[in-house]
Ligand binder design. Structure first.
Ligand SMILES: [Zn+2]
Length: 255
């Protein structure tokens, strides 16, 4: 990895060479304007910046990763069918992704996957509130149907955004398995993709995800994916709003 490589994604330029070394999967959370009182401001990406990111990727020849193709028992390397594939994923299932994301995704021809917290459909990010984070609504059933009807995908992010390694086997199995069943019953389609909340997982948790019948699972570990990557330990690169730091602002103003 180049020393110049940022740890989060805002623009393609610094990642252009790096991305040729494997399959990148971007991890987004929230789109659109930040409501007042938000703690983790960088997790909101404005609609214009999001559209610009997709435009850049399209102009560079990228097309969406077909997450379902990763599920067909093919190695990660094969699913990416050469260069030029990129995965676009959103954690938690926020209404603002539907509101601000559908247009740019359609305009630039990308398909995205949203990981849904099955017991919080139509609710909010309850798990964040004890940390002092601002409330943000999650899609209800009709909104998830709208997302699916636009050609996008959903996966499971457990029932309650659980810290899986802290649970008993029985509790973890319930979070992983019952969320899959609930989403399948509600939306009438197989749920093949899973995302570990907070990126917390261990071998026991991973094996429960496999046992439940998922075909892929994403982590928050930074990096690309290649033929050696387990489909249940997929790495991602966090997309994050980057304001001009003082140093780069100085460089911009004073050269
Ligand atoms: Zn999450």
């Amino acid at each position: 990895m180049s020393a110049q490589l940022p740890t989060t994604y805002a623009f393609l330029a610094p990642f252009r060479d790096y991305f040729s070394g494997g399959l990148p999967v971007l991890m987004y959370h929230k789109l659109g304007p930040r409501p007042p009182g938000v703690r983790l401001k960088g997790l909101y990406i404005g609609e214009k910046l999001f559209a610009r990111q997709l435009l850049e990727l399209r102009q560079a020849g990228y097309r969406s990763l077909d997450f379902d193709a990763l599920a067909d028992d093919v190695p990660v390397q094969t699913a990416k069918t050469g260069a030029g594939r990129i995965g676009i994923s959103f954690d938690d299932g926020y209404v603002n992704v539907l509101k601000y994301g559908l247009g740019p995704l359609e305009e630039h021809g990308f398909q995205a996957l949203q990981y849904i917290v099955a017991d919080n459909i139509g609710g909010g990010n309850d798990w964040d509130l004890p940390e002092g984070e601002a409330y943000e609504p999650l899609m209800d059933q009709a909104q998830i149907r709208e997302w699916l009807a636009a050609g996008h995908l959903i996966g499971s992010h457990t029932r309650s955004h659980a810290k899986l390694p802290e649970l008993s086997v029985a509790q973890a199995r319930e979070e992983i398995g019952a969320s899959k069943k609930k989403l399948e019953d509600l939306f009438g389609q197989p749920i093949l993709h899973f995302c570990y909340p907070y990126g917390f997982w261990n071998e026991r948790v991973r094996d429960l995800v496999i046992e439940a019948g998922y075909r892929t699972a994403t982590t928050t570990q930074f990096g690309l994916n290649d033929a050696a990557t387990s489909p249940f330990e997929l790495r991602r690169i966090m997309a994050r709003y980057q304001s001009w730091g003082l140093r780069s602002l100085r460089q911009r103003l004073f050269g």
